[in-house]
Each structure stands twice: as structure tokens, then as C-alpha cells.
Ligand binder design. Structure first.
Ligand code: 16G
Ligand code: MG
Length: 550
């Protein structure tokens, strides 16, 4: 064999047998399924993380145990590459292969083949940092992970119970420690100091900020949120809600960013707390998604989603770049997906370049890296702003010629510190939103009025095989099943302001249909007609056909 510690792996692997008849897949968000069947996956991911580190010359690799906004019984795991970004996609396939080896001998031979074809030098060191969210299954899964790390001889650091973005931050901070690219002190405390320090500078001299309510989804954001609130003190008065991290079944239940986005309503637990006009926001179960909202004078709910955040933030950064005298020297661009509301795309495209990419953070992140400053947000609240290394150098060395330029430059420099450069962080994004609102003296209502969302509808269709659905043009066009797109196009043409697309989900066994139209009832009708087309085209049982499909 290729120098793998076969005996250690063998004996520990026997303690983490793969369940029969289960196929695991490393998808858009890593492995994700019921926590109760993930033990073998965690053990094997521990080994894989160690090997990834060896392959990258001992750089620190991150492992996050979470299932984000999913229900509490679910869990999951994903790997984080050295600069704090998502695992390189070619390794997703290796992860899937290793997770599915049926028993220990098959796992060992798959490992052996993998080490050889990937040319991993096993004599290199392995360093891994890991964390988990608040799910009850997390502790046992972390033990399985630790067995995997032990089997491969990795030097491991337990970052405890923390958010996904903090784990991403730690990975980059550990790998850049003592270099010229040092990202910050490699601790949660270091991260909070970095964010709160930048925030305080950015809002210095502005009017006092009115209290903000944060729905923590009864998840790990409640812990990080409490630490952050302490660092912020009076500069941003925060009230934390839904912090019941040890109440069974409470996680993401009737609360959190995904609840707000999909139900388009206030978490019921906030109805007696939120005052008209007050700003509130929801995090998801691992605090990497953010949704803002408010109630108007009549008590009506208004949602400010990832698209509204992108519009607010991108316009602000463009203004700062101009004010600093850097127009033409630093180009700002926006990345969205097909789910971005058409009104947001129109608003943004009138001001700066906008690119559309397939769903999933990694696609947006990579596209945003091509701009000097890349603002990316999914409508569901994932997102951040990336400043390219050249842009950061420019901001450091640039000599402003007026006091106004100097002020704007200072703000841009502080934004680089405030905004998580590794992955979107709901807490960092929240501070960013608060900075822009403070600078513009906008209330939530004024922010909301930047543009009006086009009425839209999202529908799920259960089909026999979602894998027959293939898309192109950033998921906006179906190429398979053949002929279906033509029928969709014909339908869309009949609706004023109509737009619709169909894509297979990356996380559930369903096909999703999105539709927009000028009038809400028409958006609903278009979505249900397209859903009906999808259902019939793919041989759905006429008896079980959902009655709302037209
Ligand atoms: C995952 C993705 C998210 C995407 C969602 C789409 C990450 C970290 N998460 O949650 O970005 O919006 O999947 O789900 O990439 P769907 O494919 O089921 O529609
Ligand atoms: Mg999440």
C-alpha cells in the first residue's frame, strides 16, 4: 500500500460501518441527510480532510458539521479549503466515492487508489480545524470525525460550537498567520474584534442607531450574536430573539432566514415583540444567511431579502469608489442567480455590471472574484462582497487628494475589514447593512423603496427522476427533457412581464419552478402552469397530480 496507516484506519473504520442501502453525495452544501446515518461519513471525512491537508503541503483544512436551515434531525458536513473557500470541486467526487465504499476493505482500497491517482505525499503533515452547530447529533458526529483525524495522524484543533462563517474565517486566519496576508487573530474573539472595530470606525460621527432585533433561528447564531452584541455595546443596540439552543425541536422551527424567505412572513414568535417601523433580521441555523424585514404603520410585513441587500450595498460601494476618486480604477460588479427578482436585476444593471450564475455559493463566489470589487448575493440571503488582492493593495497605497477623498478611502478600507472575505456571514452582512443605513440615514422603509419586487412564485414538483433535467445559460434554459423549454417559452409569452425557469434542486429530490409576472395572480398562475407542464412531460401519475397544477 501507499504508506497509509492501514492498521489504524482499519480498526477505527470497523467502529464506523457504512449503513447499507444508503447512497451519500457530496452536493452543493457538502454531505447532508439525517444526522442518525452520518457516522461513517464523518469518520471518512476526517481522513479525507487530513489527506487534503497533506496534498496542500500541510495547510490547515476546515471541517464544518452543520445542516444549516434544515430541520433539527438533519445534519451534514463540508470541507473548507485553505483560503477559507469551499472545497475544490474536483474533490467533491472523491469525497462521494470514499463515503460510499460499502465496507472497511473496500474503503481501504478506494483510499489507496485515491492517494496514488491524486499523488498525495503521505509524509507531509496534516492540520485540520473543525466546528459544529448546535444540533443534538453534532457531538457524536464530531467524535466520529475525530476518529478519522486520529486514524490519519492529523493535528486537529476543535473550534467548538460556532457558526459556519467563523470556521471559514479561522481557516484563513490560521493559514495566513505571520505572513504579509495575515487575515486576523485566529480565534472567535479575534474575529469579533475585527468586525466590531471596523463597524465602530464606520459609524463614528453618525446619528445613534435605533435598536435592531435579531432572530437567531434557535441556533448557533445566538451564541455568536451574544458575543458580537457585547463587543458592539451602544454603537448598535441589539435584541436577540429565538436563542433557545437547547430546546428540542426548536432549531429553524417557525423562525430563521429560510422560514422568512419561503413563507414571506414574520416568525410568529416576533409578532408581539417587533414594533412598526423597527428593523429586524433573521439568521439561519448556521448563521450564513440573512433576511431583513419590518412592519409598516398598518402592521403589514415587508421583506428585505438578499437582492435588496445587494442593491443597497452595491450602490453604496460604487458611491464610495467615486467619492474616493477611484472611478475607472476600481470596477464594482454584482453576481446574482436566476432567482434574483427581475426588479433587482433591472435596478442593479442600470448602475453596474451584473452577471448571472448557477445556484450555490461557490458559483457566485468564483464569479465575484473576477471583479475588482464583487458583490454577490443569492435572493435567499447568502452573500458577501469580495475585494480582489490588487484592489486591496490599491486601497492601501492610494494617495487621496482632498479631505473628502480621504474620508471615502477610509470607509473603503474599513469595509474590507468588516466584510468576511472567505464566505458570506449573516452577522458581518448585518453590520454592513447597518453601516449603509447609518450613512444614508435610511429607515427600513426607505431602503425598501429602492425598487419594488416583481410578484413571484416558487413551486416544487416531485418527479420520478430529477436527473433528466439539464439546464444551461445559468439555469435559465432547459436543454433536457427535449422540447420542454419551447413549451415553457410559449406559456411565458402569454403573461405580461412573465419570466419562468425550471431547474433540478441540488439539495432535495424535486424540480423547482420559478415564475414572475407583473401581477401576483398571474405569477402564481404561470408557476402552476409550468409546474403542470413539468409534471405531465415527465410521466407523472395523473391520479396523483397536485390539483393546483394547471
Ligand atoms: C444550498 C446552497 C445555497 C443554494 C441552495 C439551493 C451553499 C453553501 N448552499 O443550500 O447556496 O441556494 O443550496 O438549494 O452553497 P436547491 O438546489 O435545493 O434549490
Ligand atoms: Mg446556512
Amino acid at each position: 500500500m501507499s504508506g497509509l496507516p492501514v492498521e489504524a484506519i482499519e480498526s477505527l473504520s470497523e467502529q464506523h460501518p457504512k449503513p447499507v442501502d444508503v447512497h451519500f453525495q457530496y452536493g452543493t452544501a457538502g454531505f447532508r441527510t439525517l444526522g442518525s446515518i452520518l457516522d461513517s461519513v464523518l469518520f471518512r471525512v476526517g481522513i479525507l480532510a487530513g489527506l487534503r491537508s497533506k496534498k496542500l503541503d500541510g495547510k490547515v483544512i476546515g471541517v464544518m458539521v452543520t445542516a444549516s436551515h434544515n430541520p433539527e434531525p438533519d445534519n451534514g458536513v463540508k470541507l473548507v479549503d485553505p483560503r477559507g473557500e469551499m472545497l475544490e470541486s474536483s474533490w467533491e467526487v472523491h469525497a462521494t466515492t470514499l463515503a460510499n465504499a460499502p465496507d472497511t476493505p473496500a474503503f481501504l482500497s478506494a483510499l489507496d487508489a485515491f492517494v496514488k491517482t491524486t499523488k498525495i505525499d503521505l509524509s507531509k503533515p496534516a492540520r485540520v480545524v473543525y466546528a459544529r452547530d448546535t444540533r443534538p447529533s453534532g457531538g457524536a458526529l464530531v467524535s466520529a470525525l475525530e476518529d478519522g483525524l486520529k486514524a490519519v495522524g492529523a493535528e486537529a484543533r476543535d473550534a467548538g460550537t460556532t457558526t459556519t462563517p467563523i470556521l471559514h474565517y479561522l481557516v484563513r486566519a490560521m493559514n495566513t498567520k505571520g505572513t504579509k496576508d495575515e487575515y486576523g487573530e485566529d480565534s472567535e474573539e479575534g474575529y469579533m474584534q475585527k468586525l466590531s472595530g471596523a463597524f465602530k470606525k464606520l459609524v463614528a460621527g453618525k446619528a445613534p442607531i435605533s435598536p435592531l432585533l435579531i432572530d437567531c433561528a434557535n441556533g448557533v447564531g445566538a451564541l455568536a450574536g451574544a458575543v458580537l452584541a457585547e463587543h458592539l455595546g451602544d454603537t448598535l443596540p441589539i435584541t436577540l430573539e429565538n436563542g433557545a439552543i437547547s430546546t428540542p425541536g426548536a432549531l429553524n422551527d417557525q423562525c430563521g432566514a429560510d422560514f422568512v424567505k419561503t413563507q414571506q412572513k414574520l416568525p410568529p414568535s416576533l409578532s408581539s415583540v417587533l414594533k412598526p417601523g423597527q428593523r429586524a433580521c433573521s439568521l439561519d441555523g448556521d448563521a450564513d444567511r440573512l433576511m431583513y424585514y419590518y412592519l409598516d404603520e398598518r402592521g403589514q410585513f415587508h421583506m428585505l431579502d438578499g437582492d435588496k441587500i445587494a442593491a443597497l450595498v452595491a450602490a453604496f460601494i460604487v458611491e464610495l469608489v467615486k467619492a474616493a476618486g477611484l472611478e475607472g480604477k476600481i470596477n464594482v460588479g454584482v453576481v446574482q442567480t436566476a432567482y434574483a427578482n427581475g426588479a433587482s436585476t433591472k435596478y442593479l444593471a442600470e448602475r453596474l455590471p451584473v452577471k448571472c450564475v448557477p445556484t450555490g455559493v461557490k458559483h457566485l463566489h468564483h464569479a465575484a472574484e473576477h471583479y475588482d470589487v464583487g458583490v454577490y448575493f443569492e435572493a435567499n440571503g447568502h452573500g458577501t462582497v469580495l475585494f480582489s488582492p490588487e484592489t486591496q493593495d490599491k486601497l492601501t497605497s492610494y494617495q487621496p487628494s482632498t479631505p473628502a477623498q480621504s474620508t471615502a478611502l477610509g470607509h473603503l478600507r474599513n469595509l474590507v475589514q468588516l466584510i468576511n472575505q472567505t464566505v458570506g456571514d449573516a452577522l458581518s452582512d448585518m453590520l454592513l447593512v447597518e453601516v449603509v443605513l447609518a450613512h444614508k440615514s435610511y429607515s427600513a422603509e426607505e431602503w425598501d423603496s429602492l425598487y419594488s419586487d416583481k410578484p413571484n412564485r416558487l413551486v416544487k414538483v416531485v418527479v420520478k427522476d430529477r436527473n433528466i433535467f439539464k439546464t444551461e445559460d445559468a439555469e435559465r434554459k432547459l436543454v433536457s427533457p427535449p422540447g420542454l423549454q419551447v413549451k415553457i417559452d410559449e406559456l411565458v409569452r402569454r403573461y405580461d412581464g412573465g419570466r419562468s425557469f425550471v431547474r433540478p434542486s441540488g439539495t432535495e429530490d424535486v424540480v423547482r419552478v420559478y415564475a414572475e409576472a407583473t401581477v401576483k395572480s398571474q405569477a402564481d398562475e404561470l408557476a402552476f402552469r409550468v409546474a403542470g407542464l413539468v409534471y405531465d412531460e415527465t410521466g407523472g401519475d395523473p391520479v396523483k397530480r397536485p390539483k393546483e397544477f394547471l
